[in-house]
Design a protein around this ligand. Structure first.
Ligand SMILES: Nc1ncnc2c1ncn2[C@@H]1O[C@H](COP(=O)(O)OP(=O)(O)O)[C@@H](O)[C@H]1O
Ligand SMILES: [Mg+2]
Length: 353
């Protein structure tokens, strides 16, 4: 078992520095009168300074809940932290005082979530909304904050910023509002940017622009990024590391190229095989195969590998015992998977007559 898989011994960064972020065995539940939804079931990973982590997985796999829980943005109740630690620069965000947490959130950690219309305040000019974190976190005066807000709007390529800074959110298009959210997320030059489906609602060209912008900013300010998306193509374009989540767990994780070329979890393979065939002419690009079946009912998660009921490669053990997240034999360094079966061997056996 590789020590990379152990939550207590995180992957050292190439520079030998401790990781920027270390999530340890995070568990989040939602309780109502007669049931408990086990939304996040022991997620552990590390993120180094400057690293970009792409997180993928079907809807409902716990991607949003786990980052919201890290930032303590889950309403409790109905939410409940069932365990874990989230060490950011060595301090556990889950036990910081509210005052300390506010300094981190929107300060050294910026975030951009889907749906800018509900995240932006409709009755406040965009300028004031961009200025607010600058005044709160960086202690800037109004004039300096306003000047910086114009620069930020220029940076996310919102034209005519000096004039438009005094407009309200509804005066901008959806794509422009998302850029405003990104400007706010980046305003304090965070060490970590968390983006959850931040470009999903945008059309393809605007999406490509925003991704280019985030890459530029990464080069410029060296921030780390957690980029959550259901789009594997976006992950291939932006991320160093990809993490595949299912049923509130990490199923596979590793360098993007290794995971995409040599998947070790049948769930990852299913996601990759469900991509449209890009070699076909536009208009004839069909999804090759869908993953049959539905995710488990998270009120009663299965005892073993949660993907087993949908996995034609599953062994009896998959149904009874949870596989640990470890480096499979022959996988690249840092490539981890939670699987009792040997996927490359099973695929080879299928294709050999
Ligand atoms: N406020 C809530 N109350 C009850 N269940 C919730 C709540 N928010 C999320 N969940 C459940 O938590 C699980 C994970 O959701 P989420 O993290 O939003 O998935 P995704 O991977 O699509 O972002 C889902 O089963 C979802 O139904
Ligand atoms: Mg989500």
């Amino acid at each position: 078992m590789s020590d990379l898989s152990s939550p207590s011994s995180p992957a050292p960064s190439p520079t030998g520095k401790p990781p920027l972020l270390e999530v340890r065995d995070l568990k989040v539940e939602f309780a109502d009168a007669d049931s408990v939804v086990h939304a996040v079931n022991g997620v552990s990973y590390t993120l180094n300074e400057g690293e970009t982590l792409g997180i993928v997985g079907e809807s409902g796999s716990g991607k949003s809940v786990h980052v919201l829980a890290m930032l303590r943005l889950i309403p409790m109740p109905p939410g409940r932290l069932a365990g874990g630690q989230v060490l950011f620069e060595g301090r556990d965000l889950l036990t910081l005082s509210d005052a300390e947490l506010r300094k981190v959130r929107g300060g050294s950690i910026g975030f951009v979530f889907q749906d800018p219309m509900s995240s932006l305040n409709p009755s406040m000019t965009v300028g004031r909304q961009i200025m607010e974190p600058l005044q709160l976190h960086l202690g800037m005066g109004a004039d300096a904050a306003r000047k910086r807000a114009v620069e930020l709007m220029d940076m996310v390529r919102l034209p005519d910023a000096a004039r438009r800074i005094d407009q309200f959110p509804h005066e901008f298009s959806g794509g422009q509002r998302q850029r405003i959210m990104i400007a706010m997320g980046l305003s304090c030059r965070p060490k970590l940017l968390i983006a959850d489906e931040a470009t999903t609602a945008l059309d393809v060209t605007v999406q490509a622009d925003v991704i280019e912008l985030v890459k530029e900013l990464k080069r410029e300010i060296g921030m780390a990024v957690i980029w959550i998306t259901h789009d594997l193509g976006v992950v291939a374009g932006i991320a160093d590391t990809v993490q595949v989540m299912y049923a509130g767990r990490v199923m596979e994780r590793g360098p993007v190229d290794d995971v995409f070329r040599d998947p070790r979890s049948a769930y990852t393979l299913g996601l990759l095989r469900s991509l449209p065939d890009l070699s076909a002419p536009i208009g004839q690009r069909r999804r090759l195969t869908q993953i049959d079946g539905a995710p488990p009912d998270m009120r009663a998660p299965p005892p073993g590998d949660p993907f087993a009921p949908r996995n034609r490669y599953a062994t009896p053990r998959c149904f009874t015992e949870q596989p640990p997240l470890v480096q499979p034999p022959g996988a690249a360094p840092g490539h981890l998977a939670a699987a009792w079966y040997d996927l490359p061997a099973l695929i080879a056996a299928e294709t050999t007559p």
